[in-house]
Design a protein around this ligand. Structure first.
Ligand SMILES: [Zn+2]
Length: 148
């Protein structure tokens, strides 16, 4: 279960629209709570692949360390990664699976003709054979708890 505050979801969508027709990518920072995995902040990354920025995103070891550092500095955990699929469905590609790690949440937003559409989240199985969908639960604001 991924708890996604409305403002954070909006930020992911806007990043996807801004980088269209290229893929955007970034890290998701937050905390594991009793209610689920709650994203509290994003750490946008630059898509460094210049061979095929339209349909490939990659996270370099430097990106990884910088995202972990940003999480630690803010008292958060590194929970996962988000990226966009320009003019493609919000489903992980084979490339995504090959380059993913278990445990992390992978949020994908499809961006059709510049307009953000579906947003999904996925977790890679421990044997890395396939992704399983992860439920995304919208929550109201970044630091609020489940009280409604
Ligand atoms: Zn992808």
């Amino acid at each position: 279960m991924l708890l996604l505050p409305a403002n954070v979801e909006q930020e992911i969508r806007e990043h996807g629209a801004k980088d269209y027709p290229h893929e955007c990518c970034g890290a998701m920072l937050g905390a594991e709570t009793s209610a689920g995995r709650e994203v509290r902040a994003l750490y946008p990354l630059v898509n460094r692949r210049d061979d095929s920025p339209r349909n490939r995103f990659s996270i370099t070891p430097e990106d990884f360390r910088a995202a972990e550092r940003a999480a630690t500095q803010r008292g958060f955990d590194l929970l996962g990664w988000y990226h966009s699929h320009p003019d493609h469905p919000a489903r992980p590609s084979e490339f995504d699976r090959e380059h993913a790690w278990p445990w992390y949440s992978y949020v994908i937003v499809s961006v059709e003709a510049g307009v953000p559409r579906d947003l999904t989240s996925w977790r890679l199985e421990d044997d890395r054979s396939k992704f399983q969908p992860e439920e995304v639960l919208p929550v109201r604001a970044a630091s609020q708890t489940t009280q409604d």
